[in-house]
Design a protein around this ligand. Structure first.
Ligand code: MIG
Length: 691
């Protein structure tokens, strides 16, 4: 059940696609307090109530015990003390003795989620705008609540099937030669690879939609050569447009008045990569269709995939902010700079990026009226994604496009995926990556993944190895690193063969992963679920956060500790451990419900299949299009027959017809033997274990 409540004058965010009528009676369970222009919603929590939601954020899957803030932030240090990352996904679900309920707070401005932080038994959600629409949700189960919510916000974006391939990336690949060398590094060693992402280095002076012609002398040819090698390039586009007369995007945007302005009517100038830059008003439909159109030449050159960055928007400094800092420094020149003034001087400069003062300096135009940016801040990235999606669709309406963004808001889950931004080469970030997956899924974001190996800091061989063992399961699987960090391509390491073998498992599982991804999108379901969703009556499962359910039949439990050679795993029911070394080399170990220590050497990682389920594996391949889905091996542990449905299609057509694409794989167990069949497929059931 979903009910809608309006407060003040809500701004349309586009998050919700099927709006119920406004409800005028009191909202159940939430006490509403309106004061000083803000509105708060208070819930009294039972001692053991669990709290889920908030999509991309720090800390646990169970969000209770901390304070979060919806405020899209370019923050490259994802530590526990933070309250926001790059996205605002304002769904909160409570589960406890009094049932399952929650709400979606549809507000494009700052919203704080005090979830037992100020008072352990209270959750207080506060909209600073004081104007928003709240969708109250009640259901029998957590997954039921999610499905209702997902129906409200519409079907999630689906990438082409090749979007599930491995992406190699680095900020720093700056020439055609760099790309070709890295591709050859993979192909010559038979390390699977489908895409190379291209960071800001490909541009001319960091200008959107330009290519440095010295370093990329023949773009079309490079793209088509790489395509012959089954590699697609994924160029980056930044939100800020360089302020430079003569640059076509800048000139046209200025002429047509497409950039955000200050109260005095002058175009707002903030610095990002190219130095002084201007910002398209993505909240305007005409600006979106213009900006989307700018992707066309790239696509004509053969580009089929793009990532959007810096769209919180990140602003290093504004002219005004910089001037204020200079003035402060000048005033301090010649004084004895002691402890307090030292920090004040430092803060004058460091505090100038992504500052609230700057976000209050410029305005969008909504329905012909100016709206100050901070009131709608969290929509900016989503609207950029919308613009790009529109442009890519317009170029090839019948085909799926690949798109992922850094900033997002619910609604953008219909237009593209997200990557989880600038993590670090820290062991704790493997675990954070895992925890973010189910939370993102609840909020509709299915095509997601974190920078494998870690973006900031130097990675280590064992960290990359363990992280890949998780990345194997995430729809977006990308190895990405910051400029200046140690080389991080698989083949740079002594142990590259073991990592290649890890990737063979990814490619063998793509038929299963793709099927689960499509089903989750079409049915409003989650590909990754907290154990609490599947085993609500099991207290241990409800408190387990370093294992998550994957698809219908599996659970994953990655190793995320340095020098570990195994880990503890809690099995909420009997499961079959598949201990992978490669797609051809693995052990099958039936395990009973309960606590276990699972030994896992550096080259080994586990997948647990619920007893009674089977999952399909194809023969591995070096790129997605080479995977033969007509011949499948089944893994599982059965005591009686079962059936699974597998979704497959050409992987590129825009239309998804779930029913037409489903194949039923029927598994029969009789007299101690298994027989399995599926129309049009060769099925090998020899690895199924029977009880
Ligand atoms: O200020 O384009 O999150 O993935 O490599 C840094 C350079 C800008 C941030 C992105 C990261 C990317 C980097 N960008």
């Amino acid at each position: 059940m979903i009910r809608r409540y309006d407060f003040g004058h809500p701004i349309e965010t586009g998050a919700v696609v099927s709006k119920p009528p406004v409800c005028t009676d009191d909202m159940p369970r939430f006490a509403v307090v309106q004061e000083e222009g803000r509105v708060s919603f208070k819930v009294v929590m039972g001692e053991d109530d669990l709290v889920f939601g908030l999509g991309e954020n720090v800390r646990g899957i169970n969000k209770r015990g901390h304070i979060y803030r919806a405020w899209n932030s370019d923050d490259f240090s994802h530590t526990e003390n933070k309250s926001s990352l790059y996205a605002s996904h304002n769904l909160v679900l409570f589960s406890g003795k009094s049932g399952v309920f929650g709400a979606y707070f549809d507000d494009p401005g700052a919203v704080t989620f005090d979830l037992g932080y100020t008072r352990g038994d209270e959750a207080v959600i506060t909209s600073e705008n004081g104007s928003l629409t709240v969708y109250y949700i009640e259901s029998e189960s957590l997954i039921g609540a999610v499905k209702e919510f997902r129906y409200l916000i519409g079907r999630s974006y689906l990438p082409p099937k090749w979007g599930l391939g491995y992406i190699q990336s680095r900020w720093g690949y700056s020439s055609e030669n760099d790309l070709r060398t890295v591709v050859a590094g993979h192909r010559s060693r038979h390390i699977p690879l489908d895409m190379m992402s291209m960071d800001i280095d490909y541009m001319e002076d960091y200008k959107d939609f330009t290519w440095n012609s010295e370093r990329f002398p023949n773009l079309k040819r490079m793209i088509s050569d790489l395509k012959d090698d089954h590699i697609r390039v994924v160029p980056i586009i930044d939100a800020g447009v360089k302020e430079e007369a003569g640059d076509p995007s800048y000139d046209e945007g200025m002429e047509k008045d497409y950039f955000v302005k200050k109260a005095d009517g002058k175009v707002f100038v903030g610095a990002v990569w190219p130095g002084r830059a201007v910002f398209p008003d993505f909240l305007r439909e005409d600006v979106r269709s213009w900006f989307g159109g700018l992707y066309r030449p790239m696509m004509e050159a053969g580009v089929e995939a793009v990532w959007n960055d810096m769209n919180e928007p990140a602003i290093f400094y504004s002219e005004e902010g910089l001037e204020a800092a200079y003035q402060q420094a000048d005033a301090m020149r010649g004084t004895n700079i002691g402890v307090n003034s030292y920090f004040a001087l430092k803060d004058a400069f460091t505090g100038m990026s992504n500052s609230m003062e700057d976000y209050r300096r410029f305005y969008h135009v909504i329905d012909g009226k100016p709206v100050r940016h901070d009131k709608v801040h969290n929509l900016y990235g989503a609207m950029m994604t919308k613009a790009s999606a529109q442009g890519m669709k317009a170029y090839a309406p019948d085909k799926r496009y690949l798109l992922f963004s850094r900033a997002s808001f619910i609604g953008a889950h219909r237009d593209g995926g997200v990557w989880q931004g600038d993590n670090n080469a820290w062991w704790s970030h493997i675990l954070l990556n895992l925890k973010q997956m189910p939370s993102l899924n609840m909020c509709g974001f299915l095509y997601c993944g974190a920078d494998l190996g870690g973006f900031g800091c130097n990675t280590t061989e064992d960290l990359l190895q363990r992280w890949l063992q998780l990345g194997v399961f995430t729809p977006l699987m990308r190895n990405h690193a910051a400029n200046g960090t140690r080389d991080q391509e698989i083949y740079r390491f002594r142990n590259w063969e073991a990592m290649r073998d890890t990737l063979t498992v990814r490619y063998a599982l793509i038929p299963y992963l793709y099927s689960e991804l499509v089903k989750a999108a079409v049915k409003g379901d989650m590909m990754f679920r907290p154990l609490a969703f599947d085993y609500p009556g099991d207290d241990m499962a409800c408190r387990t956060e370093d294992q998550v359910m994957l698809g219908d039949g599996c659970m994953i439990a990655p190793v995320y500790e340095q020098n570990a050679r195994g880990r503890h795993v809690y099995l909420p029911e009997d499961m079959l451990l598949v201990r992978f070394r490669s797609s051809e080399d693995y052990d099958l170990v039936p395990m009973k419900k309960g606590h276990h220590w699972v030994a896992l050497q550096m080259n080994e990682f586990p997948l647990f299949i619920r007893k009674g389920h089977v999952i399909p594996m194809a023969k591995t391949a070096e790129y997605v299009e080479a995977i033969d889905t007509s011949s499948l091996m089944l893994l599982g542990w059965l005591d009686k027959g079962t059936a699974i449905t597998l979704y497959d299609d050409d992987g590129v057509s825009a239309d998804i017809d779930l029913n037409a694409g489903l194949t039923v794989i029927d598994v029969q167990v009789k007299d101690g033997a298994v027989k399995a069949k599926a129309q049009g497929k060769h099925i090998d059931a020899s690895r199924i274990i029977i009880d």
